[in-house]
Design a protein around this ligand. Sequence first.
Ligand SMILES: N[C@@H](CCC(=O)N[C@@H](CS)C(=O)NCC(=O)O)C(=O)O
Length: 252
Amino acid sequence: MTLSVIRDGYPSGIPTMEPMMLTLLTYPSAFGLFSASPFCVKTAYMLQQSGHRWQRSDMLDPRKMPHSKLPVLRTPERLVPDSDLIRDWLEAQGANFDTGLSDIQRAQSRTLIRMAEEHLYFQIVQDRWANDEVWPILQKTFFIEIPALIRKPVSNSIRKSVLKGLVAQGVARFSPAERLDRVERDLEAISAYLWQSPFLLGDRPTSADMSVGPMLAAMRATPVDTPLTRRIKEDSLINSYVDRMEKAIPLA
Ligand SMILES: N[C@@H](CCC(=O)N[C@@H](CS)C(=O)NCC(=O)O)C(=O)O
């Protein structure tokens, strides 16, 4: 038997018996997280919530990807780069991550997502890549596929370019105390929501949680004790939110 129009993703007329399988191209799991990249975790959450069948495919070198970054979603038709574009793609297939939210809550959601992805994220990168104690761990975790003989020079040169990027972005221009203070303001904003409800915008996770949760989890998971990891671990409201989010959408 062939079915002509089956389900999202398959152009009509293509016979198929199987629901489409999506593949998340992601950085591998690290530091106890589904992925070292909070953007990959966000996308895994969205896939899990979308109800699609999906699998992960790990890679460490994103240079051949459309934006030279991960995550990327492999759909039956094309590679979709960028977690926000992947969200758009999933929504175009019928997913709704923000069911029941009002217009103002959707606006709040957008600002929380931007705060997490355009500010908190760079604080994480700074905490991971600029710290000489973390660096040997990153070298072993992120550059394992590079032949041992050239691993050091290659990884050192990538580190140099990441650190240059942090200066260009601006986060590296602040003193450690100023950086922590900037994070503090964001954590205060996040906490104001969490005093009201178990998830940012209510009783269940929405898209804002799928961005903010992985950022806070990544902050906490940096494999060395830093003022930033300590700040998260010592905050029972934030810490329990991170745990709650991880339980709410289990990722294999
Ligand atoms: N806006 C992108 C950001 C993704 C991103 O920054 N990915 C990082 C890892 S967390 C990456 O692949 N970086 C590699 C590079 O910049 O060379 C998204 O939402 O997916």
